[in-house]
Design a protein around this ligand. Sequence first.
Ligand SMILES: [Zn+2]
Length: 370
Amino acid sequence: MSAGRGAEKALPAHTRQANRSLILRTLFHNDPMSRADLARATDLTRVSVSRIVDDLSAEGLVHESGPSPEGRVGKPSTLIALNPDSYHVVALDLSAHAEITGAIMNLDGDIVHSVSVPTDGARGAAVLVKVCALASALVKRSTVRVLGVGVGSPGVVGTDGVVREAVAFDWHDVDVAAAVAAVVPVPVHVANDANAAALAARTYGQPGVDNLALVRIGQGIGSGVIVGGVLVTGARFTAGEIGHVLVDEGGEVCRCGRRGCLEVVAAVPYIRQHLADAETSSDDVLAEAGRALGRVLAPVVAALGLEQVVLSGPLDIVAGVFLDETRAAIEHHSLAIVTDDFEIRVAVRGEDIVLLGGTALVIAEQLGIR
Ligand SMILES: [Zn+2]
């Protein structure tokens, strides 16, 4: 359940594991590939590649997908591809307050089966009971062996799978990973929902983007930040908690008790309320929200050298004026060289992004694919 260890002596078993992960990761992003292509892309010897591919093939993780296209001299080489249905993953999205959603996912992030369970206002241990029951039912239902369970939870989540605090469920130091692991026979990984979504944007989004922030515009505002390909958690696992950054001294009172937080300008319930009030045009409401978000993100983009910000939220809110004004504000508050190649876009499959995140979490931890 740890997110990564420090430098360890490269014992043979570790080297084998690292090389296996390297092959899987390379195939995940580039397959189908011949053994020779794999050797070139990974700097491993042909002999090592063949041995690892044979092992992966015996496990069913990869299969041969037929010869490469004609046109080359000599014997056509066989292409190797990852088998997305060699394992399935059970992913849980706990980020909507009214319901929890679970899904059986394949390694490509396709939903095989999904189900939502109403929380019926449950709090504390009662929510955990529902979470465990859903995880167990989905693992049992899967007709393909399950690689692991990945959970995206609201709140502050440690790398040990303990939810330090989730106000929505009245959870304080709740060991969600251990509770779920007690009812399923597979590894369990838990992350904050926005952090899981950031992993999804990295693993299932545009390939090769190693420095990005994923911002979730929902009941609140949270973000997950990836720098150098690694998720930033911060000393207290609160990295990315931008929702309560002050943007307006005299603004509305926020649920945290203070005034003028980013959330009271740009979170979904407030935007919907402001749109309903209709004293200003809807474009003005969305533009103001986008500008506030952009002002908060500008120093983050500049300090961390981010290449990309990905927005996830209701499309009628985040796509269009909101996104344009967020981009304009980031550019306005930054040096041109910071934002020259910078890109901001709406998440692909935003409504499934926490389920994709749970899947990304499991394949990263269990297979080294990221
Ligand atoms: Zn606040």
